[in-house]
Write a protein that binds this ligand. Sequence first.
Ligand code: SF4
Length: 288
Amino acid sequence: MHTFLRGAPDVQLAWLRERGYPDATLLALHNACAQACFFCAGPGTTGVPDSERTPLAAARSQLRGRPEGVTRLLVGGNEPTLHPEFDTLLAEAGPAGFSRVELMTNGARLREAATRWARLGVAEVVVPLYSADAVTHDAIVGTRAWHEVADGLDASRAAGISARVHTLLLRENLAGLAALADLVRARWGSRLGVALLRDKGSFGHGRSAPPFGELVAALAGIPEPSRPVGIGTPDCLPTHQEEPALVAELYFRTQARRRGRGCVGCSSATCAGLVSGYEHDGVALSAP
Ligand code: SF4
């Protein structure tokens, strides 16, 4: 994971090709986030001091290290759009040779900046939304953000940017998953992406991670055309088979995985397994 996230562009390219991913460069900007999502907030995310922010020189070096032929730039990190040099770096991405920028962001700045960022090459935004209901979403992210994010996704679409939305499967939002998938399809013209909540040891994982069997039932209960696409999810979760947004796929896929007790006898050759904190509820499962 760190090889890719912290690697120079040529190291990242070799890592991607080895795993069958498309050619790209990742610019990861480390900066304090203004939201306080319960599964993420901490000294390394919301409490990043200015002295630990990604230096402008390091970010520029990543752009200038673009390998020959690579034109796709993925921008992620924590929270990249709040980096004081974010616009400067976007403006330098085109001249550095990148013709397409895909941005993973919490979406809070899209409403005011989508039009400007579209002109600077942003072609796709990848944004988490935890519920179709503002109160539920805002409780999860620790601030009033739902309307800002939804408006920002609207603004992105209006500016010609493709809007990709993903969510974590949580006890707090599972009952509303179908409504969220319908909203994403109807309002932003894309398919909701879903990922499992991993146990980082910094919050009560058992309080918020639904049992695996409940995830299977919730996803199976969402008919097409709204069935969500899995992002690094096990093959035995009934998700729609479609490529998720690349930057989200890389973020979730690079989380540590393992086979669980229920994996015994599974014939899947492609499944990466379960994230930490998950088991199959004692029921042996296999990929369809
Ligand atoms: S049962 Fe098979 S598909 Fe499910 S997590 Fe285990 S290896 Fe993956």
